[in-house]
Design a binder for this molecule. Structure first.
Ligand SMILES: *Cc1c(COP(=O)(O)O)cnc(C)c1O
Length: 357
């Protein structure tokens, strides 16, 4: 099962019986089902070793494992799709590999060669081929992660790490347009911090403010900069886009915003779709002013899970501002449609984003 062309020496232990017959493929949800196997390897004595694909199962860790106490852990998220010929297409895993190493660097963790990152995904998918669901909008969600395993109480970078990959099934992700609240009090990321890394701390710190907003009837927050709470940065775990005066606007990167693969892909495809894009700071004033004047026609989040998630209502200072209903001619819908066609191999992959397994 392990392809001969892998430069890694991967040991494969297969499950005795697949769980795939338990899956209700008409109702996949998001990571309700994990696949049969996982990829795992160890970082010891300054090198990656013991590459193996084993049954998806619980891990055994020391209760003193530094990750559990100090959070030296990072992750990634990407998807694979099945086209009409049953080919498996992986979207931009090279970009996730680069971002993983950027996160690793910030968290004082070892980097992983990009070839190991992408090839371990390919090898795992090769074993899990049957799990990649066919059907419009269905996909396999791939979750690589790395964490420290030293049994050690005390603060220092660990010596030993695990890198692993698990996969979950993802169904058509139509979500109702969401209500979001512009957050003025709590901070997701500050300059000099870890906002640009896909590391646990960012998500743990965001839980409380998000739960508070949910009590007020919002689904998500729009995070503002940590210094003045004046410029918008991200929404939940998605990058943000606004359409004002027929121009698509998104905040710039920097060390407080996650460099989303979806964000980057959207900016790139706009040239193909004749959509004018501006990457620049957007203040709360500009947002409220353009909502008041009816100049803002769309707002949406962008991320791997949903690709684009339209926003229905923006709340600010106890006032709610509504956006127009989604229309087929919206930029968000044209972009979603174009990206889906690339991901499912229905149009030419001009950007070289798709790898066929
Ligand atoms: C993962 C993530 C995104 C979206 O990145 P994609 O690569 O497009 O999935 C945006 N913001 C945050 C905070 C994230 O964790």
């Amino acid at each position: 099962q392990i392809r001969k062309n892998s430069f890694m020496n991967i040991k494969l232990s297969k499950v005795k019986k697949s769980k795939i017959s338990d899956v209700d493929f008409s109702n996949l949800g998001f990571c309700k089902y994990y696949t049969d196997h996982m990829f795992i390897c160890d970082y010891e004595d300054k090198s990656w070793k013991n590459f193996r694909i084993v049954p998806f199962e619980d891990l055994k860790l020391s209760p003193a494992c530094t990750t559990l106490h100090y959070g030296q852990t990072i992750f990634e998220g990407l998807k694979a799709y099945k086209n009409d010929n049953d080919d498996i297409l992986i979207f931009r895993s090279d970009k996730n590999a680069k971002r993983f190493n950027i996160s690793a660097h910030r968290m004082c963790m070892p980097s992983i060669p990009e070839e190991i990152f992408t090839d371990s995904i390919n090898q795992l998918l090769n074993v899990e081929k049957d799990w990649v669901p066919s059907g419009k909008d269905n996909s396999l969600y791939i979750r690589p992660l790395m964490f420290a395993v030293d049994p050690y109480i005390g603060i220092k970078p660990a010596d030993k790490y695990i890198f692993m990959i698990i996969c979950g099934l993802a169904g058509g992700y139509y979500s109702e347009p969401v209500n979001v609240k512009i957050e003025k009090k709590y901070t997701r990321a500050i300059s000099g911090g870890v906002g640009y890394a896909k590391t646990a701390a960012n998500y743990a710190a965001a839980l409380y403010p998000a739960v508070e907003a949910q009590k007020e009837g919002y689904h998500q927050l729009i995070w503002t900069d940590g210094k003045e709470h004046n410029y918008v940065e991200e929404s939940g775990t998605m990058n943000l886009f606004f359409v004002i005066n027929n121009t698509l606007i998104t905040p710039p990167l920097g060390d407080t915003v996650l460099d989303g693969v979806t964000r980057d892909s959207i900016i790139s495809v706009c040239s193909e779709l004749d959509i004018k894009v501006e990457v620049r700071k957007i203040s709360i004033n500009e947002i409220i002013d353009s909502l008041d004047k009816g100049l803002m026609t769309e707002a949406f989040g962008a991320g791997t899970a949903a690709t684009v998630a339209p926003i229905k209502t923006i709340g600010y200072n106890s006032k709610n501002y509504n956006l127009p209903k989604i229309d087929k001619s919206d930029y968000s819908q044209k972009i979603l449609d174009y990206l889906n066609k690339i991901k499912f191999g229905k149009i030419e992959d001009k950007f070289g984003w798709v790898t066929k397994l």
